[in-house]
Design a binder for this molecule. Sequence first.
Ligand code: CO
Length: 138
Amino acid sequence: MLMVKKINHIAIAVNNLEEAAKFYQTILGLSLSGVEVVTAQKTRVGFFKIGESSIELVQPAEPDSPLTKFLEAKGPGIHHICFEVDDVETEVKAFLEKGATMVDRKPRPGAHDTKVAFVHPKSSSGVLIELCELPKEH
Ligand code: CO
């Protein structure tokens, strides 16, 4: 069975979503959609769809967001890559069994009713990886 289906999005950490969005809107001619606050992660996100994947701009929604530390340490830039999976809970178990270090040992709510879990960068050459499961159609 196919484990990882595709790259769902690449996330870029920014201090100000609307400011950062201007490049994608003005230079690339893309439109911003799906702006929402992800309470579980204390972030505010917005997406630019490019083909089958998206660019996600992600900014801290609260001063104590984990993203604030990232921005203070590294400044704006690529934050994570998101792989789409069928069943995130199954994948988390499989990843743990295969020895991956997970940030999340259980899925948590992501943007747009997705279920997500993060793989620790020390398992993946310094890149934070998000696994996401899209909501099932009703
Ligand atoms: Co993401």
